[in-house]
Design a protein around this ligand. Structure first.
Ligand code: SF4
Ligand code: SF4
Length: 408
């Protein structure tokens, strides 16, 4: 369905321009596969097993061609674990050859010395290694046994290959919030840059959000730490809900879902945001007539999201300009109204709203789950790696793929 997009004002503050959406996204995430060798307890896309409907190499190339035509200058590639796709390195070269820079997130599993050297010699590519603890003990409880060693080996390989400006990407949790200085020191040791992001209750993150999201006291400490260190640390749009503590933090101070942000998932579905994989935020598919450009520029959902908020409890808050009600995905997946406060509202209104929810309320869940079989979802304690896979297609995320050729 297409729709009339509200008209963007000419001139004025950048944030007001962003609110009405842009002709092309400035923060496009493209998850190449749901396959993953790990089973992180907070995975936003509930990844594990490859989806047989995933875009083929030719279809992925067509998406890149379209991004080039739309002048999308770079794309955040993730998954799942994108490097387990056999055509990953081909698609990386294809994108760069078509003036679409690539920033990809990985757990480091495929970044051996040779790949690190290849990346160091390639322009317009950036790498983010995910790490959720500054020590193996803290990290592996969330990301699985051995994952700290894998990630730090990849960091070592990148540093030794002379790769510059690569990133260490951390999701802040109740368990690692006290390790921010240690993360900074670890990152500096490899000559990398620290990127920290917010834990959202999306995908498997919904199962552990109550247990893992930072406490109110930790949120305050995080804000103070970001004020002191923020210039050298990347945060994207993660922490603008903390701005009502005082001064605004660096980064995008607006929920950009469907305005400047969106997700293309492995099967080509386009969602308003990588943290909003749910039918309510599904705008279309790149395989539809008109492709990604038509979805981005004409979908009814994105038109609605680009309409500035004029009602709801948050518009009456003195801090609305600083926080704009926080994160849409965090509200949605905790069952809070989208025009009300963020569940981590620093004024405490989120906690009140959470406590006031109807006891019978069933919070929304994503319709997709590619988790490995075994005890991955909703574990009462974080015990690391899941059990032995039960089905053949779970044994390897590459099951069913021809590994002899570089492309599919
Ligand atoms: S829904 Fe949350 S994560 Fe997504 S763009 Fe908005 S603020 Fe960012
Ligand atoms: S009430 Fe809404 S606008 Fe005010 S600080 Fe909380 S989340 Fe932000």
């Amino acid at each position: 369905m297409t729709a009339v997009v509200p008209e963007r004002p000419v001139g004025g503050r950048l944030i007001d321009q962003f609110e009405y959406g842009l002709d092309a996204p400035i923060c496009l995430t493209w998850e190449l596969t749901y396959a993953c060798n790990l089973a992180c307890v907070h995975c936003l896309s509930s990844s594990g097993r490859r989806d047989p409907r995933e875009l083929s190499t030719a279809e992925a190339e067509a998406v890149i061609d379209e991004l080039q035509r739309m002048q999308v200058f770079y794309v955040n590639v993730g998954g799942g674990e994108p490097t387990v796709r056999p055509d990953f390195w081909h698609l990386l070269d294809y994108a760069i050859g078509h003036q679409v820079g690539v920033k990809f997130s990985t757990n480091g599993v495929k970044l051996d010395r040779a790949r690190a050297e290849q990346l160091a010699a390639t322009d317009y590519v950036d790498v983010q290694i995910s790490l959720d603890g500054a020590t193996a003990e803290v990290n592996d409880r969330v990301r699985g046994a051995g994952s700290f060693a894998t990630a730090t080996r990849a960091l070592e390989n990148l540093a030794e290959a002379g790769m510059r400006d690569f990133k260490v990407s951390v999701v802040v949790t109740r368990e690692n919030a006290g390790q921010l200085d240690a993360f900074k020191a670890l990152t500096d040791r490899y000559g990398a840059q620290l990127r920290i992001t917010r834990l959202r209750p999306s995908g498997r993150g919904a199962d552990v959000w109550d247990q893992l999201h930072p406490t109110a006291a930790q949120q305050r400490e995080l804000y103070d730490w970001l004020l002191a260190n923020g210039e050298g640390v990347l945060t994207g749009d993660s922490f603008f809900h903390l701005s009502p503590f005082g001064e605004a933090l660096p980064g995008l101070n607006l929920c950009g879902a469907g305005r400047v942000v969106c997700l293309i998932d492995p099967v080509g579905d386009v969602y308003a945001c990588p943290f909003a994989i749910h039918e309510n935020f599904l705008a279309g598919n790149v395989r539809d007539e008109g492709g990604f450009q038509r979805v981005w520029q004409q979908s009814a959902l994105f038109a609605e999201l680009r309409t500035p908020q004029t009602g709801g409890a948050c518009t009456r808050c003195a801090h609305f300009d600083a926080c704009r009600g926080g994160c849409m995905a965090a509200k949605f997946f905790t069952g809070l109204p989208l025009d009300g406060p963020d569940p981590e509202c620093v004024q405490g209104y989120g906690e009140t709203a959470l406590a006031a929810r109807d006891a019978a309320l069933v919070t929304p869940r994503s319709h997709l789950d590619h988790s490995h079989a075994g005890p991955v979802r909703g574990q009462p304690t974080l015990l690391g790696m899941p059990g032995i896979p039960a089905k053949s297609c779970d044994e390897s995320p590459l099951a069913g793929l021809d590994l002899r050729s570089g492309v599919r």
